[in-house]
Design a protein. Structure first.
Length: 363
């Protein structure tokens, strides 16, 4: 966050220098310039500064005490961010001014992790998880709650909430890290602790879509989780799922032939652990990698596909000083924001006074 503020300050200083230089040049050439042109120069400078200020997105400090979000999504029509909380199991609406209000309060939700605003079907999809740290947690048996709920976008009323542990029937720990939607409204949910992708139709009927060794988790987070696997998923052109693994690799899954899943050949792996990603308008993906293990700033990376996502080029486009930054989303006016939700404080049993959305560059 400090780095972002520094960039804004430097940009502002550059504008001041440019304006001062322009005024000095105008003054030095006053003998050859009519006095009527100088006010126009000053007016033009002021207009340029104002336009630049309007184009520069601001950091959004959300005023949600003890709200610990892991992911978020933006609904352009209502100009609202929607985010869950790992602490209360609620979903909140957040305005561009940082005001936070409860939108979904469903007793079936233990912790709300992935949040997806599906405007086309007027619903919000939410993944239900249990780290053992929430108000509604079964603290003696964490990671035994795993599901996805569908809620009315306008009212927050539940349409359905499906228990995916009952679908998996494997007796293992589960963590539904993310969910995406295909054009027909089918949802696909990925499990961070088993190599399982679930398919959920529009009525909430769920099944196992894919189990594959390619999706087996390999990343260990000391004193927290071992074998962390799928962190995020996006449906992309070509009717494919692109799944980000926590270790920095990507897996391409053809929806019509999931058994043909294969790793995407990357120019460089994403920084690890990969935490969240969003599809861009040009078909590329922007992804955020947390600095949870390194303590270094989180990285924003652009993934540009080639040959139908068989290959992709990875470049770093920005950083966020808060290491534990966990998601990215679109924002007002074509902006992109990264979410810092205070996960480290939650795991340490400490309170927070809100969370932060930081504008980031994606290219």
């Amino acid at each position: 966050m400090k780095k972002t503020k520094l960039k804004i300050a430097v940009a502002g200083a550059a504008l001041v220098v440019a304006a001062a230089t322009g005024m000095a040049l105008a003054a030095s050439g006053s003998s050859a310039t009519s006095g009527s042109e100088r006010p126009r120069t000053e007016q033009s400078t002021q207009q340029s500064k104002q336009q630049s200020k309007q184009r520069t997105p601001s950091v959004i400090k959300a005023d949600g005490p003890n709200v610990f979000p892991h992911s978020l999504d933006f609904d352009a029509q209502s100009k609202t961010f929607f985010t869950g909380s790992l602490k209360q199991g609620k979903v909140y609406a957040v305005g561009p001014d940082g005001k936070v209000r409860t939108h979904i309060d469903d007793p079936e939700l233990v912790s709300a992790q992935a949040v997806l605003a599906d405007r086309e079907r007027d619903r919000i999809l939410v993944s239900n998880v249990d780290y053992g740290t929430a108000d509604r947690s079964r603290k003696e048996a964490p990671f035994r709650i795993a599901g996805v709920g569908s809620y009315d976008l306008a009212t927050g009323k539940q349409d359905w909430c499906v228990d995916l542990t009952a679908v998996a029937l494997d007796g293992k720990q589960h963590l539904i890290s993310d969910v995406t939607v295909g054009p027909d409204g089918t949802a696909y949910a990925v499990d961070e602790l088993t190599p399982t992708v679930f398919r959920i139709d529009r009525e909430g009927r769920a099944s196992v879509f894919l189990r594959s060794d390619l999706l087996q988790g390999k990343l260990d987070i000391p004193d927290f989780l071992d074998g962390v696997g799928m962190a995020a998923v996006e449906w992309v052109k070509g009717n494919q799922l692109i799944t980000a693994m926590a270790d920095g690799s990507l897996v391409r899954v053809p929806v019509q032939h999931p058994e043909q899943a294969q790793k995407v050949k990357l120019s460089a792996p994403l920084a690890s652990p990969t935490a969240g990603m969003r599809l861009l308008k040009d078909g590329s993906i922007t992804a955020v990698s947390s600095g949870l293990l390194s303590g270094k700033p989180a990285r924003i990376q652009r993934v540009e596909p080639r040959d139908g996502w068989k290959e992709a080029t990875v470049t770093v486009t920005d950083t966020v000083e808060d290491p534990v930054t966990s998601d990215v989303t679109t924002g007002p006016g074509g902006t992109t924001y990264a979410l810092s939700g205070g996960l480290a404080a939650l795991l340490a049993g400490k309170p927070n006074d809100g969370f932060t959305l930081t504008p980031v560059k994606t290219g």
